[in-house]
Design a protein around this ligand. Structure first.
Ligand SMILES: [Zn+2]
Length: 287
């Protein structure tokens, strides 16, 4: 089961160890198969030198149940799961007790962006979470560790002017106060938008306001297709000529994976796209 992902996760764990930032067995990497809803993680307490792909533990994202593997999953599993559940675009999570990062974490300080290598990986400081409360430490420490990271990220992301498609586009990780770093990798999808969605949906007042704003805006957007029809008619004559003269107009451009062969078909496609997006948004806002 998930042989490729297990090999990948095993290799990543060994690489983390070889990089010299992991002491003893205090570090772990996991990966996720989003389609199957399964997470592959390093087993607990196994030495990196002898680690094999078949030692990796497969767990269910929804309930942390072990689906395959004879060893126990890393004790940090609940933290990894919380991050995967909260950031739907991240595909891998890593944790270490790197001495330098732990020094910042134990001092409760974010890592300021002072170096070029830091800037290559993140355009902002690496934030340090708040300290966990006594209750959070005593009950479900690992799960609460995930939760304070999510809380810290939500604050960071919402303070940005431009909300990017993916959380990793702003911050690839965080320091957990008095503990150490957790980092994540991603796919180009919608993590942050989903996260913002989630925040909005937890707040009934924000949700009501969103629906109000959408109801105001929607009628204006419904006219978009009329505008496209009018403009297309104006350009019709010249487009007929262009389609004959320039073969490039009938080839694949930009992100559009399809071509439609004629000007009117291209115009219809734009109109259909607009109609589709409007009804999809309508559905999402009211959910
Ligand atoms: Zn740790």
């Amino acid at each position: 089961m998930l042989e490729e992902l297990k090999a990948e996760v095993c290799k990543a764990n060994i690489e983390l160890y070889k990089s010299g930032i992991v002491l003893y067995t205090w570090g772990n990497v996991s990966g996720i198969d989003r389609e199957k809803g399964l997470v592959v993680i390093k087993p607990s307490g196994v030495r990196y030198e002898s680690m094999k792909p078949e030692d990796m533990v497969v767990v269910d994202l929804s309930d942390a149940r072990v689906v395959e593997g004879n060893l126990n999953p890393s004790t940090d599993l609940p933290t990894h799961l919380e991050l995967y559940r909260s950031f739907p675009n991240i595909m891998g999570v890593a944790h270490s007790h790197s001495i330098h990062a732990v020094a910042f974490a134990q001092a409760g300080r974010s890592i300021p962006i002072l170096g070029t290598t830091h800037a290559d990986y993140s355009s902002v400081e690496i934030p340090c979470t708040r300290m966990l409360t006594r209750e959070e430490v005593e009950q479900d420490y690992e799960l609460n560790t995930g939760k304070v990271i999510v809380e810290c990220m939500e604050e960071k992301v919402l303070s940005q002017d431009d909300i990017p498609d993916n959380i990793s586009d702003i911050i690839p990780g965080a320091l957990v106060h008095s503990h150490g770093p957790f980092t994540w990798g991603s796919d180009p999808m919608d993590a942050v938008r989903n996260m913002v969605n989630r925040i909005v949906k937890q707040d009934p007042a924000a949700k009501a306001r969103l629906i109000e704003l959408w109801d105001e805006t929607k009628p204006k957007l419904m006219n978009l297709n009329d505008y496209v029809t009018e403009t297309a008619a104006l350009l019709d004559e010249s487009q007929k000529l262009n389609f004959k003269r320039w073969p490039i107009l009938n080839t694949r451009v930009h992100q559009n994976p399809k071509t439609y062969g004629s000007y009117s078909a291209e115009v219809n496609n734009v109109k259909q796209y607009i109609t589709g997006r409007l009804s999809r948004f309508d559905e999402l806002v009211r959910k």
